[in-house]
Ligand binder design. Structure first.
Ligand code: CTP
Ligand SMILES: C[C@](O)(CO)[C@H](O)COP(=O)(O)O
Length: 234
């Protein structure tokens, strides 16, 4: 199957509290978006990338594409009010049968993880990168009291990329829109139709840049990764 990626970058980054969209903040000398695009550019399984940006941020996105030397970027399209709307806009511009969806705000994703999601989706129909939850999770009632404790061994913290047959995901988005269903990730849209999504175990380093402390952590992780790559070559 040919794989294309929708990289969604059209959020506001309100929890980051920066003066600009967090995906354009610098991370080890390049923007967060450029770092993310580099990973997809380097993944052999991906043939095409669509970047979804907030209207008015197209020029900044083009700059990130240049920084990343991302020749696979086929289109930069405007996103919508919610992440779900932005994914939908990206899917419409993608030409491949396979569709990966990824948050621009997860710049530490690796080409190997992207490839693993593609292979798992080819086998199972759809897949999502995730890690086992380490903490004990509580469900609270409306008064801030603990209501119950779900069995931890069944819990996974889901990340992106998530991989689908493009037609299946477009249909799931169409159904969700018609039925007024909102989802914080794309796997949820297939789940609600009773479709299976396979978990691909990723790693805890594929963090989402969400709040200010995430940026220095990502810098540290990137520099450690570079050191490891250098010592492997030496
Ligand atoms: N309308 C939206 C909202 C989010 N995103 C993208 O979806 C990813 C994950 O969303 P999140 O981390 O929540 O980003 P923001 O919405 O930008 O952050 P916040 O919720 O703090 O405003 C990000 O890459 C973001 O740019 C998007 O493309 N379009
Ligand atoms: C898709 C996602 O990154 C999976 O962890 C996450 O759900 C995005 O959520 P957010 O509310 O947009 O931060």
């Amino acid at each position: 199957m040919k794989w294309g990626a929708v990289v969604v970058a059209a959020g506001r980054g309100s929890r980051m509290g920066a003066a600009e969209n967090k995906v354009f903040l610098p991370l080890a000398g390049r923007s967060v978006l450029a770092r993310t695009l580099e990973a997809f550019e380097r993944c052999a399984a991906v043939t095409e990338i669509v970047v979804v940006v907030a209207p008015g941020e197209e020029a900044r996105a083009r700059e990130a594409v240049r920084e990343a030397n991302a020749g696979k970027v086929a289109a930069i399209v405007p996103g919508g009010a919610e992440r779900q709307d932005s994914v939908c806009a990206g899917l419409a511009a993608l030409a491949t049968d396979g569709a990966l969806v990824h948050d621009a705000a997860r710049p530490l994703v690796t080409p190997a993880q992207i490839e693993a999601c593609c292979r798992s989706a080819e086998r199972h129909g759809a897949s999502a990168l995730a890690v086992p939850v380490k903490d004990t999770i509580k469900i609270a009632d409306g008064d801030g009291m603990i209501a119950s404790t779900p069995e931890r061994r069944t819990l996974w913290a889901v990340q992106t990329p998530q991989a689908f047959a493009r037609a299946d995901l477009m249909e799931a988005h169409r159904r969700a829109k018609d039925e007024g269903a909102a989802a914080t990730d794309d796997a949820m849209l297939l789940e609600r139709l009773g479709r299976k999504v396979a978990i691909v175990e990723g790693d805890y380093l594929n963090i989402k840049i969400t709040t200010p402390e995430d940026l220095p952590i990502a810098e540290l992780l990137l520099s450690r990764r570079r050191q490891e790559e250098r010592s492997f070559i030496d």
